[in-house]
Write a protein that binds this ligand. Structure first.
Ligand code: HMG
Ligand code: MG
Length: 297
């Protein structure tokens, strides 16, 4: 098995990890989490989202998070944006990068972004153009790549098409989201293989939620295609607010433990990650979702 020598971990904890939590997390706690991640060696941190506060109240204070960020050299602070209003807020806040998010399922697209897939992609065109004109890079997410909570099976061809369209729009990287964590290793491999026929492998990232406990196996199954970017959240918290029963992305501590054990570098300090996961779990009043963090105590 050939695996990449190094994997870049995209820290989605302050956004994906906190957007669906019942407990209110104040700005100071979010900033402490972001700093702890940077201290642990994180190079890409999704610090929040500039979405409609009515849709996701937990992210309403992202402007304040950016205003008070202790920016570390070499760290890219990214945020999710759904529309022009979002990108304007993001640029005013001084983001390093923005991320747009499409879905491979019509029903999910409407429930998460109040528009059909085509309408949402059309909405992103000026968003990407505005960001690029300001010198800000754009990342693209695709949700429901391995299944939809409303429509079930998703045709990989829909994912391939969207990935190509997002790249054509100027996205530098496509993050493949198994939003509800239903994928299994063979399916995940086939999907990545299909998308890699359209988008160079070094522009693909894996964003696997762990609802069914498959995320680590799915990541492992995709590594030997050369995918070298993995999204994950501290302690496995979070999930998408518009999906019932979906849990967080795979716990970062577990991904890092697996990768380091396979001799793959991440640049991250596992002990510090576990400490950061413990702190945010205490703030949320929830046990950690990381098996590795539990084992380390
Ligand atoms: P809409 O209701 O159609 O928007 O929602 P609208 O344009 O009609 O505006 C309605 C109100 O929202 C207006 O305010 C706007 O000003 C305001 P009002 O006049 O009623 O007072 N508004 C905004 N305010 C601040 N910032 C903005 C903004 N936009 C509108 N950017 C919209 C459409 C896309 C805005 C909405 O559906 C939305 O914000 N959706 C975001 C949902 C979301 O954040 N989901 C979670 C992230 S995606 C995810 O988790 C998946 C991922 O992790 C990958 C994976 O796991 O698969 C990325
Ligand atoms: Mg997600």
């Amino acid at each position: 098995m050939t695996v990449p020598p190094r994997v870049r971990i995209v820290e989605v904890s302050p956004r994906d990890g906190l957007q669906n939590e019942r407990a209110t997390v104040d700005v100071a706690t979010k900033l402490a989490l972001i700093d702890a991640l940077a201290d642990a060696g994180a190079v890409t941190i999704e610090a929040g989202s500039f979405v409609a506060p009515k849709w996701v109240p937990q992210m309403a204070d992202t402007d304040q998070v950016f205003a008070r960020l202790d920016r570390r050299p070499g760290v890219t602070y990214q945020a999710l944006v759904p529309n022009l209003q979002g990108v304007e807020r993001a640029l005013a806040a001084g983001v390093d990068e923005v991320a747009v998010f499409a879905a491979a399922s019509e029903t999910f697209s409407r429930k998460n972004t109040n528009g059909s897939i085509a309408e949402v992609m059309q909405r992103f065109l000026p968003v990407a153009a505005r960001a690029q004109a300001a010198g800000v890079k754009v990342r693209g997410y695709i949700s429901c790549v391995l299944g939809c909570p409303y429509e079930g099976e998703i045709d990989p061809a829909a994912v391939v098409r969207l990935a190509g369209d997002l790249i054509a729009m100027g996205c530098y990287e496509i993050s493949l989201g198994d939003t509800i964590g239903v994928g299994t290793p063979t399916k995940a491999r086939r999907l990545v293989e299909a998308v890699a026929g359209e988008v160079p492998i070094d522009r693909l990232a894996l964003h696997f939620h762990d609802t069914y406990g498959q995320a680590l196996a799915n990541i492992f199954a995709c590594l030997d295609f050369g995918v070298a970017v993995v999204d994950s959240a501290e302690a496995g918290h979070g999930g998408c607010p518009n999906v019932k029963g979906a849990s967080g992305t795979v716990a970062k501590e577990d991904v890092v433990y697996m990768l380091h054990g396979m001799g793959i570098e991440t640049g991250l300090d596992l002990a510090r990650l576990c400490a950061a996961g413990k702190t945010i779990s205490e703030a949320l009043g929830r046990p950690t979702g990381s098996r590795v963090a539990r084992a380390f105590g």
